[in-house]
Design a protein around this ligand. Structure first.
Ligand code: ZN
Length: 356
């Protein structure tokens, strides 16, 4: 018994020792690897230092590449340092969060830049001027800071309706008084001649749509724009009329309640073709125009907002005619991966979306 026990203990002991030894070995291997990596990084750093002298800690290096919501990098942190220096209450987290989007939007509105909440070259130039005190910005003058707000019926009211990645759906609504300040009529074909508000889009989307139409024309296609911007008041009237005919539940499957329509963003438009008699019908997806649109929309920053098979996420039927501007970067990822705006936003800023 005693001998057996001793043998047992010895065996267990040696197993433990060998396990520990293995672990130690692995740990030290890792450590060695880490040190090597660090050394390598240092060498690279040193090499870089030789060619370009390292800036002093207080100097802000404004990023040269485009940055947007959800991006995480040292460049984002540099942008946040600049915004903080101007007086914006942003965290220096290196994560392009909603507050960073707001600060960028606020400056874009005040300086009459393209308003998207996306940081680009034009923003870099303006920030340089602000930091050099050549121009002055008043924090919140373009867009006072407002966090997204949960309303009584669990709908989230958007604090920043201007950003290109604004999520508008049955849980996320635009403020009743939101009217985009940069609406224009895109120079594209409509199947009617009247100058009506629904011809309008926000400037950034209108310019992208013009390029899309020009390229579709060059391919011999026959795209027509049908319906762009729609005000809260107009959506209110429209939805009420659908409800009176179809009942609220059915009406909400193909039409949005006021505040929940993407058309109020000015970033969406319905397009069609003579092959479906200029109607907004699922068959449009099978026309040459519809197929081309699905394949190429992302190149111009647009997505098919309500794709086939994603009805449970978007909570709308398949609408091959409804396109939404989100910017080229997001559109390319969304269309290439066959996902929705909802899924994309949940991935890039999971915490914020779950808070919503
Ligand atoms: Zn639509």
């Amino acid at each position: 018994m005693t001998n057996n026990k001793i043998i047992h203990i010895l065996i267990i002991g040696s197993i433990l020792v060998s396990l520990t030894a293995c672990n130690l070995l692995t740990n030290s291997d890792d450590a060695a690897l880490q040190i090597n990596e660090n050394n390598q990084e240092q060498v690279t750093d040193n090499e870089e230092t030789e060619t370009t002298p390292e800036p002093e800690e207080e100097v802000i290096t404004l990023p040269t590449e485009e940055l947007q919501k959800g991006d995480q990098s040292d460049e984002v942190k540099e942008l946040q340092k600049a915004l903080a220096q101007i007086g914006y209450p942003v965290e220096l987290s290196g994560i392009y969060d909603s507050k960073t989007v707001w600060a960028v939007t606020d400056i874009q509105l005040q300086e009459e830049l393209t308003v998207t909440g996306i940081y680009g070259q034009d923003m870099k130039l303006v920030l340089e001027k602000i930091l050099a005190e050549e121009i002055k910005i008043t924090v919140g003058k373009g867009l006072p800071y407002q966090a997204d707000k949960v309303l009584d019926d669990d709908t989230v009211l958007l604090g920043n309706p201007y950003e290109a990645l604004a999520l508008v759906n049955k849980q996320h609504a635009l403020p009743e008084d939101y009217i985009p300040s940069d609406l224009v009529i895109p120079d594209v074909r409509f199947p009617f001649v009247e100058d009506v508000p629904k011809k309008q889009m926000r400037k950034v989307a209108a310019e992208a749509l013009e390029k899309l139409f020009a390229d579709a024309d060059a391919e011999g296609l026959d795209l027509f724009a049908q319906s762009g911007y729609r005000s809260y008041a107009r959506q209110d009237v429209l939805f009420a009329s659908y409800v009176s005919v179809n009942g609220e539940e059915e009406a909400n499957n193909f039409s949005a309640k006021p505040g929940e329509s993407e058309h109020q963003t000015g970033l969406s438009i319905d397009v069609t073709s003579p092959h479906v008699n200029y109607e907004l019908v699922i068959e449009f997806g099978d026309t040459e125009e519809g197929k081309w649109l699905k394949k190429h929309a992302a190149k111009y920053g647009f997505i098919i907002r309500y794709p086939e098979g994603k009805e449970d996420i978007t909570e709308y039927q398949y609408e091959p005619w409804h396109i939404r501007y989100v910017g080229v970067k997001a559109a390319t990822e969304i269309m290439n991966r066959g996902i929705t705006l909802e899924e994309y936003l949940a991935e890039i800023l999971p915490e914020q979306t779950s808070q919503n």
